[in-house]
Write a protein that binds this ligand. Structure first.
Ligand code: M6R
Length: 365
């Protein structure tokens, strides 16, 4: 059942190139354009959208945050995001000109389903990004964009996240094209970058051995901090959640610029800090943040794009990912973070596929 792997989690991590290929396959036509005909969102409907809400839980919410940044960047539509269990009690601004996007692997998460129902009551149209055909969320949404990740068995979500991010990237580009907020050159360029993600992920998966030594360091720690800016902040949240849920190590994700507003007080000698530095235009700022925590004794593990040599003299340990545009580093950089969580958890002897206290599908509110 585990196809020669020790656990479902690692099997599913390695399935990501295929899961992304499958998700992309029927969505890009011969002319190199995104085709969402079978989802049946009309160009008129997209032009009428005044704002979007993206609502989800856990990892799906983290994918939603990346989606927000992509939609705002390319389609220039304001996007609000909320955690489903909060959304309902926040008196959200929803009307018939709001598009609600719910993101859910299982399609059965109770809070997400309740959020969907609330949005529909208030006359918004709902687009679900969902992995399970026939699930409650896919049945009740107006439009469904399926992630073709295949069954995800491990409680820790991996291939669902990357396929959700890729789906949201396609949705962002599609909306941008409909609204005329992207020129043809950029549209093609970004779409090409999306198409090569599976190959780049293969490469990361082939060169994962050095991650084990970082995992071995972290497995002996009681706390870890993930820091980043922009897309890397959203990624920090996902990396941190992954590690804590499978390894039981206390982990926090911080916007790197927020450190000195409180959390920096927790950095001591040898505290591991995972610094995500994949954003070119924020690179210098991240280098300063790495120096800031190092000066307080932190053991710094940096994640950067290949070719970034400056970071070598700054961080204690470096994980490289293949180069990519800033907007699409999340589905690449998350791979080493998933592997790290997996190796830390196995080193600590945790029940990786079924962490204590957690369920795969959270059907209670
Ligand atoms: O099935 P869903 O995508 O709606 O589930 C949402 C969360 O429960 C899920 O992503 C959870 O956070 C994972 N265990 C994280 O790895």
């Amino acid at each position: 059942k585990k196809g020669g792997y020790d656990h479902f989690m690692i099997k599913e991590i390695f399935e990501q190139p295929k899961a992304i290929k499958d998700t992309l396959m029927s969505r890009i036509d011969d002319s190199g354009k995104i085709n969402l005909d079978n989802i049946d969102i009309k160009s008129e409907d997209i032009k009428n959208i005044e704002k979007i809400y993206i609502v989800a839980c856990g990892t799906a919410y983290h994918a939603g945050l990346v989606g927000k940044a992509l939609i705002e960047k390319y389609a220039r539509i304001p996007v609000l995001t909320d955690i489903a269990s909060e959304f309902r009690y926040n008196n959200p601004f929803i009307d018939e000109k709001t598009l609600m996007i719910v993101v859910s692997q299982s399609g059965e998460t109770a809070d997400t389903l309740a959020a969907l129902r609330l949005a529909k009551e208030k006359k918004a149209k709902v687009l679900a990004v969902c992995n399970v055909v026939g699930s409650s969320i896919s049945r009740e949404a107006d439009y469904v964009f399926y992630t073709w990740a295949g069954p995800e068995i491990a409680v820790a979500s991996t291939k669902a996240y990357t396929t959700q991010v890729v789906s949201l990237a396609l949705i962002a580009l599609y909306m941008a094209d409909m609204k005329g907020t992207i020129d043809e050159f950029e549209y093609k360029k970004v779409l090409e970058e999306v198409k090569v993600l599976p190959e780049k992920i293969e490469k990361i998966l082939e060169s994962q051995s050095n991650i084990k030594s970082a995992a071995s360091y972290i497995s002996k720690s009681s706390d870890i901090f993930y820091i980043g800016r922009g897309f890397d902040y959203y990624l920090a949240m996902e990396g941190s959640l992954k590690l804590k849920e499978v390894s039981y190590i206390h982990s926090e994700a911080m916007a790197a610029g927020e450190l000195k507003h409180g959390t920096l007080a927790l950095i001591e000698e040898n505290t591991p800090v995972l610094a995500l530095a994949t954003q070119d235009f924020l690179y210098d700022k991240m280098i300063s943040n790495i120096k800031e925590v190092k000066a307080r004794g932190a053991y710094t593990i940096a994640l950067a794009k290949e070719g970034n040599t400056e970071i070598k003299g700054v961080a204690d340990f470096i994980i490289y990912i293949p180069s990519a545009i800033d907007e699409l580093t999340a589905p690449l950089a998350v791979i080493p973070l998933q592997l790290l969580a997996y190796y830390v958890a196995t080193e600590r002897g945790c029940d990786v596929d079924k962490p204590r206290n957690l369920a795969k599908s959270v059907t209670v509110e």
